[in-house]
Design a protein around this ligand. Structure first.
Ligand code: SF4
Ligand code: SF4
Length: 458
């Protein structure tokens, strides 16, 4: 194992103020079990899980309560013993409404958890390990929530040559991956061993930004005696370094074509906290029922990193972090660059909730956007070499086809263009709008084609 500096950089990117110091030195703290949890059936990319419980059911900690419901989907488990009080639509962190199991947690949690039997990863077959990753409901915990078992099942004509561990955590304020690297390096190492076995021994690249020397040191210690082709790749501190495509390039000099998955260039990328969760699923039989969330910003009394059951309300997280300061103006789920404003604290955490940020008026910039002045800042900032100014103007003119021709579907929604715009144009939001519109049109066309086919059969 060796540590190297990234040899291949990318054009574009920005340097926001990181503010990681607020929570970086706060060790992970476990939240006392909340009285109520709201466990969404849609915490991952793809189809929502099929709910398996009804109002009044008594469930055990770790019990399967939502079943994977399609190729891109994931199981959901109960984070605690308790009684199902209701199944009702709840607003999620990105404003989507999905069915959630409202669980009144039992006061006595001493009963046996419904975990799966522990697996010895060395003697278990690849199929058994893959099945375990599926059964445990694992998905990417860095934000996108892509089901892990799908990543670990490359198509028959593809081979994973590089397993890239994403430890960049380039979003300002967030420190949950950082704390996991420092405090659970052994779990990450075990997760890597398991993934290497499933993927037939790829080379491993552990990608960490240079502004996290303590995490780099922790990884160096944990992986010091590992066999095989394993490198820690120290990335320059540059947003959005955590983007999957840019990490692959930094670690392997391979370019993922537009619209393609990393496996198309022989790579699998996984978030570092998910890798630790794989170790727990295999060695302890523990499904993904809890995660670390950073609660930070100048509007919170005690910025910290909280290990909480999935389904914990933001209000419970804020209370544990000492409460909110006076004059909070903005609450963001996730990081400030790619996260979403949330309207209240009744929203509950999911498997992908990496951060919850509260900001007072002092750090919320009030602005009104102006017409584009053609300065080109957004073009220089875009890590995908798009022209965000053209895209935003096309969307303003309601010409979505034009936005598509400018490559908007390759947009990462990273926010670097909005961040760099002196006219305060929310360029990223224009890109999101165009992408949503194009996706909706594609789905409608697909449904129409399916209906026509059905009609022909009849
Ligand atoms: S949000 Fe999209 S258009 Fe804007 S900088 Fe990021 S990738 Fe480029
Ligand atoms: S940064 Fe803003 S003002 Fe400058 S070209 Fe881009 S959209 Fe226009």
């Amino acid at each position: 194992m060796k540590t190297i500096k990234a040899q291949f950089g990318f054009k574009g990117g920005v340097h926001p103020q990181y503010h990681k110091d607020l929570a970086a030195e706060q060790p992970i703290e476990r939240l006392p079990l909340p009285k109520t949890l709201a466990i969404s059936m849609s915490q991952h990319l793809g189809a929502p899980a099929k709910c398996l419980v009804q109002k009044g059911d008594v469930v055990a900690k770790g019990q399967l309560i939502g079943e994977r419901n399609g190729f891109i989907s994931a199981n959901v488990h109960s984070p605690a013993a308790g009684t199902v009080a209701a199944i009702e639509p709840r607003m999620g962190p990105v404003g989507n409404w999905t069915d959630a199991v409202i669980l009144e947690t039992a006061e006595d949690q001493s009963g046996e958890a419904a975990f799966m039997p522990p697996l010895d990863w060395k003697s278990a077959s690849v199929d058994e390990l893959r099945a375990r990753v599926n059964d445990a409901g694992l998905c990417g915990m860095g934000g996108a929530g892509f089901p892990t078992v799908v990543k670990l099942t490359p198509p028959p004509d593809k081979h994973c040559e590089f397993l890239v561990l994403n430890g960049a955590e380039c979003e300002p304020y967030l420190t949950s991956d950082y704390r996991n690297m420092r405090e659970h390096a052994d779990r990450i190492r075990l997760g890597v061993e398991i993934m290497r076995k499933i993927l037939s021994g790829p080379a491993v690249r552990i990608a960490i930004e240079a502004n996290k020397p303590a995490a780099i040191e922790a990884m160096e210690k944990a992986f010091a005696d590992i066999d095989g082709n394993v490198e820690i790749v120290v990335l320059p501190t540059l947003y959005p370094q955590g983007s999957e495509k840019h990490q692959i390039y930094a670690c392997t000099k391979r370019l993922v074509p537009p619209g393609a998955l990393p496996i198309s260039v022989g790579c699998v990328v996984e978030n570092i906290s998910t890798v630790a969760a794989i170790a727990d699923a295999v060695e302890k039989g523990k499904p993904l029922i809890e995660r670390v969330t950073t609660v930070s910003g100048d509007g919170i009394v005690r910025p910290c990193n909280i290990l909480a059951p999935i389904g914990t309300s933001y209000a419970d997280l804020v209370a544990f972090a000492g409460g909110e300061k006076e004059g909070v103006r903005k609450v963001i789920s996730g990081g400030p660059m790619m996260g979403f404003n949330v309207p209240n604290l009744q929203i509950a955490t999911t498997k992908t909730t990496s951060g919850l940020l509260l900001f007072t008026a002092a750090s919320v910039f009030q602005y009104s956007s102006e017409p584009c002045i053609n300065c080109g800042s957004c073009v220089r900032a875009c890590p995908m070499q798009l022209n965000p100014a053209y895209i935003s103007r096309a969307v303003e003119a309601n010409d979505i086809a034009m936005a598509e021709s400018f490559g908007v579907m390759n947009c990462l929604e990273c926010g670097a263009c909005s961040f760099s715009c002196p006219a305060y144009r929310d360029v990223t939001q224009f890109c999101r709008r165009a992408k949503a519109s194009l996706r909706a049109a594609a789905a409608a066309a697909k449904a129409k084609a399916a209906a026509a086919k059905e009609g022909l059969k009849v």
